[in-house]
Design a protein around this ligand. Structure first.
Ligand code: AGP
Length: 366
């Protein structure tokens, strides 16, 4: 893979387009259809040691932390191990209790983020077990962890993470299947998830072919200075990532909120000038999400739904529909249009997409 932008105007756009290939590399050699599980050769903990894990805590900063939030859903759902993500920058300063039956996972594209490295060192200093989910081979965090999963996503030049967000979540999906199959995840469900993971690169490619539709959705943000991104459960993690991308590159104020919490405060800010993007995966919270759309519409707020075909007839103004794959992986597919949405809003506003003001690709200082 070359380091230039190729046919694209920006590295970010190239890296969005790279995703199917990057995903193929993350998945390469790691699907084990014979045993309906995954093969993760970079993990040195034995099956017995993995079975003894009672809790998992995922640490990262920015998009890596948000990827961890989505990964935590996957691990809890598939392996039934309590799992939470936390900003490494907070964790390292709060004198955390390190438990010996907890597995700590550090997520980092660069492998050089100072706060994440310090969190890893804090875990190790107190005798805890940690593994890395890292893109850059041989980076400081990868070496400090000593075990884990490399993304092999290829170089990411744009300051904002796109392909490495997607590949990090998939690395955690591989781990979730692995842990699940050591516990109660059935053969049939293991096989179903392997098939879905294998299909994921082509599904992402199919979404990318619909860029024109997403560019038209970006016009919805004209004249807006504030936007809400809402969702529930895994949909909320996607809302967080969508809002982070938008604010990083377009400088629009985008606030992610759990859809369930809107009525506890932020609804006061909803007006015809504040678009709301709602992430609607196929889950058992769909009816609740429909009532959130109605609450926003009742205040005159425009709503864009990022969802699947035929999921709902709620009164949103615009939608982008992604064909569903499997419920566990669908939220990740819903993030792809949000990457392109942020890109096109930033383009329309004439922003410096690859080098947003005040931000660095890798924050190697405290
Ligand atoms: C994401 O778009 C940003 N580039 C930023 O939030 C980033 O995810 C964060 O600084 C962590 O970087 P890392 O993955 O290299 O550790």
């Amino acid at each position: 893979e070359s380091y230039d932008k190729g046919a694209f105007d920006h590295y970010m756009r190239k890296e969005i387009a790279d995703q199917p290939e990057a995903l193929r590399r993350t998945l390469s050699g790691r699907l084990e259809p014979r045993f309906q599980t995954t093969h993760l050769g970079g993990i040195t903990l034995t099956a017995r040691e993995l079975l003894d894990v009672r809790r998992i805590r995922i640490l990262g900063c920015g998009a890596a932390y948000i990827a961890g939030a989505l990964g935590a859903h996957l691990i809890e759902q598939l392996a039934r191990i309590p799992c939470q993500a936390e900003a490494a920058s907070e964790f390292r300063y709060r004198n955390p209790v390190i438990e010996m039956d907890t597995l700590y996972i550090a997520v980092s594209q660069s492998g050089e983020t100072f706060d994440t490295l310090a969190a890893v060192q804090e875990v190790k200093r107190k005798g805890g077990r940690v593994m890395g989910i890292v893109n850059v081979v041989g980076s400081t965090i990868a070496r400090e962890c000593g075990q884990g999963i490399y993304l092999h996503a290829g170089p990411e030049i744009a300051v904002v993470s796109t392909k490495t967000f997607t590949c990090s979540v998939v690395a955690m999906a591989l781990l979730a299947v692995h842990l699940g199959r050591l516990r109660d995840l059935s053969n049939a469900n293991g096989a179903r998830l392997l098939r879905a993971l294998d299909a994921l690169p082509d599904r992402v490619a199919a979404i990318l072919e619909r860029e024109d539709e997403i560019a038209r959705l970006a016009e919805f943000f004209q004249g807006a200075e504030h936007a809400f991104y809402v969702g529930r459960s895994a949909g909320y993690a996607i809302a967080m990532e969508g809002a982070l991308k938008l604010k990083e590159i377009s400088y629009l104020h985008a606030e992610a909120y759990p859809a369930s919490e809107l009525k506890h405060g932020p609804l006061a800010l909803v007006t015809p000038e504040t678009p709301t993007v709602i992430v609607l995966p196929r889950d058992d919270l769909l009816a609740k999400n429909v009532s959130t759309i109605e609450e926003v519409k009742a205040r005159g707020g425009p709503v864009i739904a990022i969802t699947h075909p035929g999921e709902t007839h709620a009164p949103f103004d615009r939608s982008f529909e992604v064909p569903a794959l499997e419920p566990e992986l669908d939220p990740l597919l819903l993030n792809i249009p949000l990457q392109l949405l942020a890109y096109h809003v930033a383009r329309q506003r004439g922003c410096d997409i690859d080098k947003p003001r005040n931000l660095a690709k890798s924050v190697t200082v405290e």
